[in-house]
Design a protein around this ligand. Sequence first.
Ligand SMILES: Nc1nc2c(ncn2[C@@H]2O[C@H](COP(=O)(O)OP(=O)(O)O)[C@@H](O)[C@H]2O)c(=O)[nH]1
Ligand SMILES: [Mg+2]
Length: 329
Amino acid sequence: MGLFDRARGKQSPEDSAPKVGIFGRFKRGLQKTAQLLNTDIRDLFRQEGRLVDDEFLSELFAILVRTDMGAGPAAAMRDQVKSDFRGRVVQMSEVLETLKRKLRELVAQPEEAIAFAASGPTIVMVVGVNGSGKTTSIAKLATMFKQQGKSVVLGAGDTFRAAAVQQLTIWAERIGAEIVTGAANSDPASVAHRAVSRAIENAADVCIIDTAGRLQTQTSLMQELSKIRRVTTKQIEDAPHEVLLVLDATAGQNGISQAKGFSEAAGCTGIVLAKLDGTAKGGVVVPIRQQFELPVKYIGVGEKAEDLALFNADEFVDALFAESGANKP
Ligand SMILES: Nc1nc2c(ncn2[C@@H]2O[C@H](COP(=O)(O)OP(=O)(O)O)[C@@H](O)[C@H]2O)c(=O)[nH]1
Ligand SMILES: [Mg+2]
């Protein structure tokens, strides 16, 4: 199976949108970061080649830090360049190779798609702070599953905001997925329970449960997420099979520490990094890989239902350093 097939599902129907393939999607998602990074690195090499001295190394460090990868990883990359080239006059391409190699090490992880249940419906819970991109990511995941020929039930577990239920309902209609909703402010665990029941009755392949990102207090939110978890486990012993933490790439490193609580309270199994297309700080993948004991499973690269890609560490690095049209002479 090619990368494209793995991300989209083999039976993906022809759609009218031009096919960009998975690498195209990575490039599109990382365009802003790559543009900034490449312009900055190009500027380092004004003349033919450049001497790798302290001045060069500190300029390089500053450029890397601007991608939001964090000072530690930026220092590790700078030090690799230092040990490979110090005191030599180098070409940009040589330095880029070293940077890419080091960055690959820093973000290394295997591709990890959703882990499906051995039998019966696969229950996927989606958690994260308000506005991080949960509901949109659910629509994207549901679209991907439908394209794989799977049936999907959605549970509108964010009963805290009426607009959230409405938003998911619109997506469900568009995607052709069944949706289970509850009244405003009703117990989200009961919505989750009914959604899982429906998935079992209908022998659906996947049930995705949306959750609230904000409640009166952080404690009540965490309790609510645990309760939703417990309710699904009572119905299916090994459920939830996945608990995806949605992170907003545009929130930068502060967003990461905020999301830590979710990761612990909800027993997350993987990360969806949304809005990578909306930031020039795509290097934030590095601290995410380092600070969570969780794989990045998918990235969001736009607002449309198709704008989701399976995260591939090598392609991430290639896309980050890819020359965009804008940078070509
Ligand atoms: N550009 C871009 N926007 C996104 C992406 N994912 C979500 N959004 C937008 O982010 C906003 C919040 O998303 P939403 O799914 O409602 O977040 P929720 O509160 O966590 O459910 C919406 O305007 C979405 O269209 C993405 O990958 N790229
Ligand atoms: Mg939402």
